[in-house]
Design a protein around this ligand. Structure first.
Ligand SMILES: Nc1ncnc2c1ncn2[C@@H]1O[C@H](COP(=O)(O)OP(=O)(O)OP(=O)(O)O)[C@@H](O)[C@H]1O
Ligand SMILES: [Mg+2]
Length: 283
């Protein structure tokens, strides 16, 4: 699935630049940038903010239990400026089957981040999450993680319908090709380098008091030898959540088990100890 190419929409001469049409061509929409909550600045230069930009949905990348991920192209007609985005659309509360249970929400500390504090002021954070604001939770987490320089997709924008983020993969004449998930990578990859990247991420997160909460080779993409971790709505506050150390231990174990099965000598126990000590120091 991850290697499936998507066909590019016809980009030439959509409409001439000296006319201003009332509506975009069939099958496309005006850019949804205006009116959405935007990601952190400074923005990467590939982010298109022009009001005259147009978007097309290129198709579904993956249908998950709680959300569907689509590939969207946004481009500026009459120019060569174009970029791919991953659009995560959470299901409405009636149609979801959350595997992320209330355990994630217990004792969730809301501190440090401006976004998270703002959310906490508006409403009880846990209640808001329980009533279905997972997209908001994931966007806020990505904003914070991106600002800390961690390897996550850049969060482009959030509105009621979807979260748009950086598409991790390649864009070329044959279509968009999504990066494979860690569990699908070829055997000739540099496993040690990928493990080191996972370890750095885990320890950086622990230093901030967090763990991913659902970390696995399914939620890590490998793009040009770089590990990029996705799927963050349930990010766990290790100290504030009564099960925080349990989530941290599971994240470490799931990843270490995978690397061990691939033949790498890793010490899950030691890594958990290191991460737990860093998280405990944030108390
Ligand atoms: N930014 C992205 N760039 C490229 N591919 C992505 C991106 N985000 C998600 N995907 C693809 O979509 C899949 C589902 O994304 P994600 O894990 O965030 O959603 P999910 O609903 O939690 O799915 P699941 O229930 O399978 O865990 C990923 O495994 C990955 O293959
Ligand atoms: Mg996932």
């Amino acid at each position: 699935m991850a290697h499936q190419p998507f066909h590019l929409p016809e980009r030439q001469a959509l409409f001439s630049t000296d006319t201003c049409p009332d509506s975009p061509p069939e099958g496309e929409r005006w850019s949804t940038w205006d009116g959405a909550t935007h990601g952190p600045v400074p923005r990467p230069d590939w982010v298109i903010t022009d009001l005259g930009a147009v978007e097309a949905d290129l198709g579904i990348l993956k249908s998950g239990k709680e959300a569907d991920v689509h590939v969207v192209r946004r481009w500026v007609p009459g120019t060569t400026r174009s970029s791919l985005l991953a659009a995560k659309r959470y299901r409405s509360s009636e149609h979801r089957m959350f595997h992320r249970d209330a355990g994630y929400l217990e004792g969730r500390r809301v501190r440090r981040s401006r976004e998270m504090r703002a959310m906490a002021r508006r409403t009880d954070f846990g209640k808001e999450l329980l009533t279905g604001q997972w997209a908001h939770a994931e966007f806020s987490a990505l904003v914070e993680l991106w600002e800390r320089g961690l390897p996550v997709p850049y969060p482009v924008q959030l509105d009621e319908a979807e979260m748009l983020m950086e598409f991790i993969g390649t864009d070329g004449p044959d279509g968009a090709i999504a990066a494979p998930r860690l569990h699908q990578v070829r055997t000739d990859v540099d496993l040690q380098s990928l493990f080191d990247q996972f370890r750095d991420l885990l320890l950086d997160l622990a230093e901030a008091g967090w763990t991913h909460g659902d970390l696995s080779p399914y939620n890590a993409l490998v793009h040009e030898d770089r590990l990029v971790v996705i799927d963050w709505p349930q990010i766990v506050d290790v100290i504030g959540n009564p099960q925080g150390f349990g989530f941290l231990e599971r994240d470490v174990r799931t990843m270490c088990d995978w690397f061990s099965r691939k033949g790498l000598a890793v010490d899950a126990h030691e890594l958990f100890g290191e991460a737990a000590a860093l998280a405990a120091a944030t108390a």
